[in-house]
Design a protein around this ligand. Structure first.
Ligand SMILES: NC(=O)CC[C@H](N)C(=O)O
Length: 308
């Protein structure tokens, strides 16, 4: 089906969703995140043939939080061969909240997937083992993918999360007790919190994630970021685990691989066509952007796209 997209289509979708603002709750377990105005709402779309469309607060930067888990996985897949990662992290949905400890104890310290906190912490542990400057490397990577040279970390958010890190520290130490964590826990947590504290706008996120809609290639770059097979694998993980215990609900309503963060951002991919980023800070009970999902649901219906 031919794609009919322009900024006014996006304006209309945001207007339709705006009445939902007020129904969710801005994350407050990381105090610095609680200060973000709840009324923000933005969307950006980048297409593989070079178009970009925006509406609302699409150019304002926010904390990408767990959306960064996709980027750290991509970095790790570049550094590790074959099954090395998948001996330490699973590929299945957890059906549990993103920061749950329950399964981890029952399953010998092997996280269900790389998009729950436990899985992302193992990935960060693996990056720490192979990279001399993991934080700098991530910045270079995101700046290269987006083409935006001043993307950076929000040091306040990273510090705020470190000061409230008991649960993530417990997850990491539990994995260490099972032998699934090699490096110093505090050092890895610091890197993980910095990755989560990347500050980006919807437009920057849509540009950054376009390679997942383009078989692993930047639209104008000749060097692939990852292979077409790896691209399918990451999209599969996003479709099955990107929105935690609501991944099934998201597949039902939106029908695209997606990854959310508690900053209220969600990235979604239409393979071979486009990357989409939405932002609305109020979250539902699973920690996903309530209005953000609604925006994606209406968009998917309007443009007639679904991977199913
Ligand atoms: N779902 C999220 O975005 C969670 C990320 C957050 N930094 C945490 O570890 O709790």
């Amino acid at each position: 089906m031919a794609l009919v997209l322009d900024n006014s289509v996006l304006d209309a979708i945001l207007a339709q969703v705006r009445p939902l603002l007020g129904q969710g709750k801005v994350a407050n377990y990381i105090p610095a995140l609680a200060e973000v105005p709840a009324s923000k709402l933005g969307i950006a779309i980048c297409t593989v043939d070079g178009g970009c469309f925006t509406s609302g607060d699409a150019l304002e930067r926010f904390s990408i939080q767990s959306i960064s888990k996709v980027l750290s996985l991509v970095l790790a897949m570049d550094r590790y061969e074959g099954d090395e990662i998948w001996r330490r992290v699973g590929k299945d949905p957890s059906g549990q909240p993103f920061n749950s400890l329950v399964q981890l104890e029952l399953e010998q310290g092997i996280p269900r997937n790389p998009f729950i906190n436990a899985g992302a912490l193992v990935v960060c542990d693996m990056l720490q083992s192979r990279l001399s400057a993991p934080r700098q490397r991530m910045l270079e990577f995101v700046r290269m993918l987006s083409g935006v040279s001043d993307i950076s970390y929000d040091a306040r958010v990273a510090r705020s999360e470190f000061e409230h890190s008991a649960r993530n520290a417990a997850i990491a130490y539990l994995m260490k007790s099972f032998g699934n964590f090699d490096n110093d826990v505090i050092g890895v947590l610091q890197n993980y919190f910095h990755y989560c504290a990347l500050k980006m706008s919807c437009l920057e996120l849509a540009k950054t994630f376009l390679f997942l809609a383009n078989q692993g290639r930047l639209p104008d770059g000749d060097r692939p970021v990852i292979s077409p097979l790896q691209t399918r694998q990451i999209n599969a993980l996003m479709a099955t685990s990107g929105l935690y215990e609501n991944a099934g609900e998201f597949a039902w309503r939106v029908g695209m691989p997606g990854k959310s963060g508690v900053g209220g951002g969600i990235v979604a991919i239409v393979p071979h066509e486009m990357s989409i980023a939405v932002w609305s800070p109020e979250l539902d009970g699973a920690g996903n952007s309530l209005a953000g999902i609604a925006v994606l649901e209406i968009l998917a219906q309007n443009i007639g796209r679904s991977i199913f």
